[in-house]
Ligand binder design. Structure first.
Ligand code: MG
Length: 172
């Protein structure tokens, strides 16, 4: 039961995946040339996962792990853009739309600056939001905190607006 009717909702997402050899590196649905990718039951797209978690959190719908459990062979090697699309479908079904998304991608490697425009465009398309509403900020961990040289961590925050769309059947 979801009691949300109108107004705005904020959601926070966080995810981290370790590097693994022999896998492509995918961020926001974009394949980034690198010597290794990210481990995971799915394709390891840590950016898609964190954004999806933020969306689910904004609506009080749990998290990605409970929706697509890594114990279920159905999601093995899953394309994370598909998981994010499924979450976006739920967002729409709740009469919500994305106002904006801001993310921090914490990675020592690879250098993400050359790929930011492509990642932003991909994520905006997945979210059906204008590119100006999507922000991706790469950050080095300076060898101190999470991320480090052993993986990539992502923080994501999302703002949703409710009650402006078409969900006529909200009950009383
Ligand atoms: Mg994940």
């Amino acid at each position: 039961m979801n009691a949300v009717r109108s107004g705005v909702r904020i959601g926070l997402g966080y995810d981290v995946h370790p590097f693994a050899a022999g896998r492509p590196l995918r961020l926001g649905g974009v394949e980034i040339p690198h010597t290794r990718g990210l481990a995971g039951h799915s394709d390891g797209d840590v950016l898609c996962h964190a954004v999806a978690d933020a969306l689910l959190g904004a609506l009080g719908l749990g998290d990605l792990g409970s929706r697509f459990p890594d114990t279920d062979p159905k999601w093995r090697g899953a394309d994370s853009t598909e998981l994010l699309r499924l979450v976006c479908t739920e967002v729409t079904a709740h009469g919500a739309r994305v106002v904006n998304v801001d993310t921090v991608v914490i990675a020592e490697e690879p250098r993400l600056a050359p790929h930011l425009a492509a990642i932003r465009a991909s994520l905006a398309a997945l979210l059906e939001a204008p590119e100006g509403s999507v922000s991706i900020k790469p950050k080095r961990a300076e060898g101190v905190a999470m991320g480090g040289a052993n993986g990539i961590a992502v923080q994501a925050v999302v703002l949703l607006s409710l009650g402006e769309s078409h969900n006529e059947e909200r009950g009383s």
